[in-house]
Ligand binder design. Structure first.
Ligand code: GDP
Ligand code: ZN
Length: 452
């Protein structure tokens, strides 16, 4: 992003085009001088002033309401002037030209929010929630974004960071003063209890964030299962197209197939895989490797089985490999052959749907289940909106905590645990922006609209 952080920026904050009212927002140190030149005085803070906005000769360009918010009690934390004029594109252009004449620069997308973040008026996830509220595609998404904006997500992340800092201090003390007064800090179970408490809270937050991300980005689903159980048929029925190759020969889907679709406004990204079975065929082995890579990024696994056969050893091995890292829905397919009725049930502690990819029976239940999983169910609105980068940060925090736990209980290595705690803390800090890079900020704020 160009320009000095200290310069004064302006942009149309309301929608472009003809409208009743247009709002131009100006932010920066030069606001008092600009107000003097443009409206002849600096309005009293936070009070509406009806006045003319005048050109160099003192002739009114437009007449409207001026509002002044002195720093730091403004959206950006800087001096802010809001001009509410007539919603005419021509008048707006004239007014912006006049502001440029007064030394103001046009704001880049998201630059007001970026300044608000840099001036500690918002955490990074709150700033993102502004964009998410504006882009919300459903009432639930809008409500969840407002909760994020109110700080529901950042507060929980900050509480977790506090708990991590306390544990880091305690662990470092245990390293520095081993067996002080014959007390074995590392071995007394305190650290492990507290660590496990934090791990549970990260798990719970991840589950909420996954729902919140589902609202915004939809679900990324990976279809797994033995050859010939009907993975490609399931994908095809969902997509209603013949993208994947369906044949009766085991192992036809050698590569990974992606499909984008939507059910009732819920975006779905589906990946059909070759399955995860061990194989000597190098082409199929490559498919298995890619399937495993897809698994790392999935929101949910659809594990397809044949309803007449049920869960077998290979499915149980697969579930063990997934090991709770990703929620699983078991799709018990081919009920037209087994004679079962379409149903939503539980199998081995996982959600399960009985359906037929051939007849389409049970697909209404699958659709309802996926909407529920994405936070679009009738009852639930997620606690906050979240993005993939938040989930990624939570996952990295959880991995560091899991490794730290191993270092503690297996190796009794306090210094290695301390390092993992530091990594977990840094990962969580990325969510609120306590740790951030220019690249990250650029990527986030450039996707905002101008004037936000
Ligand atoms: P994949 O290897 O898991 O992708 O399985 P496919 O989708 O290629 O299907 C394998 C075979 O099972 C094909 O002949 C399909 O027509 C058949 N099949 C898939 N789903 C069903 C179903 O619900 N009922 C019946 N009767 N056959 C199915
Ligand atoms: Zn297939």
């Amino acid at each position: 992003m160009s320009g000095t952080p200290g310069d004064t920026i302006a942009a149309l904050a309301s929608g472009a085009g003809r409208a009743g009212v247009a709002v131009i927002r100006v932010s920066g140190a030069a606001v008092p001088a600009i107000a003097e030149a443009l409206i002849g005085r600096l309005p009293s803070p936070r009070q509406a002033h009806l006045c003319g906005f005048v050109d160099t000769q003192g002739v009114a360009i437009d007449r409207g309401v001026a509002l002044y918010f002195p720093a730091p009690a403004s959206f950006t934390g800087e001096h802010v002037l809001e001009l509410q004029g007539h919603g005419s594109p021509v008048l707006v252009d004239m007014l912006l030209a006049r502001l440029l004449e007064l030394g103001v620069r046009l704001a880049e997308p998201g630059e007001f929010s970026r300044r608000a973040f840099l001036n500690d008026k918002l955490s990074l996830d709150q700033a993102e929630a502004i964009a998410d509220a504006i882009d919300a595609g459903s009432q639930q998404a809008a409500t969840a974004a407002m909760r994020s904006l109110e700080g529901v997500f950042s507060r929980e992340v900050n509480d977790l960071c506090d708990a991590l800092v306390d544990l880091r201090i305690y662990t470092e003390a245990a390293i520095d003063f081993p067996d002080e007064d014959d007390v074995d800090f590392l071995g007394d179970g305190q650290i492990e209890r507290r660590l496990n408490g934090i791990r549970q809270r990260v798990d719970a937050l991840t589950a909420q964030a996954r729902e919140g991300a589902g609202l915004r980005e939809g679900l990324r689903l990976v279809i797994l299962g033995q050859p010939n159980v009907g993975k490609s048929s399931l994908l095809n029925r969902l997509a209603r197209r013949d993208t994947a190759i369906v044949t009766a020969i085991a192992g036809t889907t050698r590569d990974v197939l992606h499909e984008q679709l939507a059910i009732d406004g819920l975006p779905l990204s589906l990946v059909d895989t070759a399955g995860l079975r061990e194989t000597d065929d190098p082409i199929e082995a490559e498919g298995v490797r890619r399937a495993k890579a897809e698994l790392e990024r999935a929101d949910r696994v659809l594990l397809v089985i044949d309803d007449s056969v049920g869960l077998g050893a290979s499915e149980r091995a697969l579930l063990a490999e997934i090991d709770g890292r990703c929620p699983v829905t078991i799709i018990s397919n081919k009920i037209d052959l087994s004679g079962s009725s379409p149903a939503q049930t539980i199998a081995d502690g996982h959600d399960a749907i009985r359906l037929s990819a051939t007849t389409g029976a049970g697909f209404d239940k699958l659709a309802a289940h996926l909407k529920e999983a994405a936070g679009l169910g009738q009852e639930s609105t997620p606690a906050f909106v979240a993005r993939r980068r938040h989930l990624d940060a939570l996952n990295r925090a959880q991995m560091a905590l899991n490794t730290g736990h191993e270092r503690l209980v297996i190796d009794a290595a306090g210094d290695l645990l301390a390092e993992e705690l530091r990594l977990a803390h840094a990962a969580l800090g990325e969510i609120t922006g306590a740790y951030s890079s220019d690249d990250l900020l650029g990527a986030i704020f450039s996707s905002f609209c101008i004037g936000k």
